[in-house]
Structure formats: structure tokens, C-alpha cells
Design a protein around this ligand. Sequence first.
Ligand code: UGA
Length: 433
Amino acid sequence: MKNISIIGTGYVGLVTGVCLAEIGHNVTCLDLDKKKIELLTLGVSPIYEPGLDELMASNMERGNLHFTSDTMMALRVADVVYIAVGTPQQEDGSANLSYVFKAAQDIGRNITRDVVVVTKSTVPLGTNYKIEEVVKAYLQGNYRVDIVSNPEFLREGSAVHDSFHGDRIVIGADSPAAADLIEEINQPFGLPILKTSISSAEMIKYAANAFLATKISFINEIATLSEKVGSDIVEVAKGIGKDARIGSKFLDAGIGFGGSCFPKDTRALVKISEAVDHDFRLLKSVIEINDRQKTALVKKAKERFGSLKGKRVALLGLAFKPNTDDMREAASISISKRLLEEGAEIIAYDPIAIENAKKVLPPEVQFVEQIEDAIKKADVVFIVTEWEEIVNKALILSSLFMEKPILFDGRNCYTEEEIKQYPVEYIAIGRKP
Ligand code: UGA
């Protein structure tokens, strides 16, 4: 059992900490936000993540998961320190690394033994070497410091499941001993482990997200083309996905990718490329296509009605994807703005994300607590996020409650058979009307 400290109890840090505790380590999670730590100490998770609360509670009870805002206490006796602080996007698209370097300074100042520093935060290429320099510059004694880049590949909404069922764990280290230690710590997860250099691990994280984002923008381009030539994107995606070289995952056409990762990481990789004088044109197109795709439903509705002035639109699903309350870069934000510009009214519903949505959607947006209330009041229904409840109810409720039922589906939730069962005008992405 190792003493592991995690700096940052955001989404990545908290899930990592809880899961490392679950496999038997003694984990201390550190955050400077005292309020957050108070809540966590009471067993309240600040994020909605299926399965997390239960694991948090059981590991706190077992005594191997602790929360503190005392930096010295957290770092003094740590064998391994994970940096899992945020790297928010700056105005120019690059990552803000100030929290990462602050964590590195804190580690240097407070450790009292040799330490392995593991970077979980997504950082631009070369940053791990800078982290090492900073930690060493602040050391108070003659301790050995090794750096490991251990990118996370967890998806929000299934992060706990992914921790135990992921495809691989990447351990990027220049010191074989440090790599072995992190391998030993992760062994109980029972996942394939890939050891690489630090630089490769840093690149793997960006390349993985950029590739997945590319897959999504690619299928969205094929969807746009399919609409023009009369093919059906669901059939097309199935047909190409059967080719094992392509694979069927991340081929769902829709209103694009959002969230805290793909948009930020793709822009950051473009910035990283520019810094080394490489024009990453493919990735720039991926981003452009995604920006366009986010408001595809508004464009379709405008084409259908001529004008959206005075139309009441039920916006179903506000979070950037189902099973999360995260509103970061959610399509609902761009859609709301465009709809309001067009003079439409918005009645918004989400099973979980309403409180967060209220903070970021324009003040004109009205919120309802029940999906029925959104649809009853609507002239037009938009499916923005494919929550199970929304998929189960939107089509049937539109047929029951709307005078002239019309549903714009941004996530291609229904099969042709399902659509045929209800007298609803149905317009989706990349499919025949
Ligand atoms: C993504 C990656 O999937 C994780 O592997 C990675 O660890 C994480 O970013 C990160 O860098 O931290 P996440 O942002 O939680 O995870 O969400 P995804 O499930 O990947 O979905 C991202 C967006 O793509 C969503 O808006 C989703 O609606 C959209 N998407 C996904 C599609 O439009 N089509 C698809 O076929 C799949």
C-alpha cells in the first residue's frame, strides 16, 4: 500500500482518488477550496458521476480516503503525488498551466522524502519536464524526484466504470523505477498497461482526443452530404463501422462534440502545432465543422418554417452529453443563442443539469422541471442531448401534446420503425425527412 496524494479534486482528481482508494491505496485528496473539502469530508460529491458517491462513502468508511485543504499535511509523507488540477483554456486557445506549476511548487516545498510526481492533467508537450524543474527548484532537502505522465481516458458520466474497464493505462516515464512503481500501483485495476516515454504519453492524450473528435466531425460531414444525396447516415455509419479498421464507436452523427475535453484539447493541439511551425489543417477543419454542426438544428428549423420569430421551442437535454450535469461547451448554449437571435422563445428541460444550465444559458431561457411541461408549451421540439428519459418520452409526448407535432432530433435517437409509429414530423441529422 502506498501513500498517494492527489492535488485537485475536480472531476479527474476526485475520480482518480476514489478509484485508487477502492483498489486499496491510502489516498489523500488535496484542494485549496475549503468549502469543497468540507463537503467532501461530509461525503458529498460536488460532481454528478454515476457510482462515485457509493465508492466515496465506502472508502471513507474504510479509512483509506481522506480530504484536506492543508497542503503540508497532504504532501509531507506522500510516496506518490498526482497532479490533477485544471488546465483551463485561455483566450488564444492554449492551456493555462498556472495551477499545474503552483502544484509543482507546493510539492517541492512540502515533501520530506523521495517522490514520484504523476501528471494526470492534460498538459502541452514538454510540460512534464518543466514540472520536474519547478519541483526540483523548490525542494527543501536532497530528495529524488521522478516525473510520470499518466494521462486519463475517462469519459464523464461513465468515469467510474471506465476506471475499472478502460482499454489501457499509459505510463510515460524516463525513469524505469518510477514507471515500475506506477505500474504496481495500477496493477489491481487489471487493465493493459503501456509504458512509453514522457513525450509519447503527453502526445497520446492529445492524439487520442483529436482522433476521436476527427471521427465525429468526419461522420458529421458525411451526414451533411447524405442529406444532399439521399443516403441515411445511420445506415452509412453502421456499414462503415463494421469494418474493424474503422470501428463502430464515435460514429454517431449529431450536433457535434462538446464538453471540457474535445473542444479544449483540439484547440490546444492546434496551438501546440503552431508553436513548432506546423499548420495542422485537418484538425482546424475538425473544429470548424464542429462549430457549424452545433447549430445545424436551428438552420433546419429555419429552412422548414421560414422564420422562427415567436416560435416556442422545447429544448430537451442541456448538458453536453447524457449522464452528466456538465454544461461546458454544450451545444445547448450555441443553440439557445441562435434561437433567441431568430426571435424564438425557449422552454428548456434537462433531468439533472438545470441548475448548471441556469448559470450559462441566456437569461431569456425558461426552465421547466418536467419534460411534459416543455413539450406541452411548444410549437417545435429539439432533442439536444440524448438522455434516456428524453429518448423514451420525446417522440410519444410530442405526438400526444402538440397540435402539429414536429420534432428536430439532434442525436438521431430513433429508428425508422419507431418514427413511423407516431404521427410526428421528424427531422434529424443526415437522414431523409
Ligand atoms: C472524452 C474522451 O472520450 C475520454 O476518453 C477522455 O478521457 C476525456 O474526453 C478527457 O479528455 O478527459 P468526454 O468529454 O467525457 O470524454 O465525453 P465523450 O463521451 O467522449 O463525448 C464527447 C462529445 O462527443 C459529447 O458532446 C458527445 O455527444 C459527442 N459525441 C460522442 C458525438 O457527437 N458522437 C459520437 O459518436 C460520440
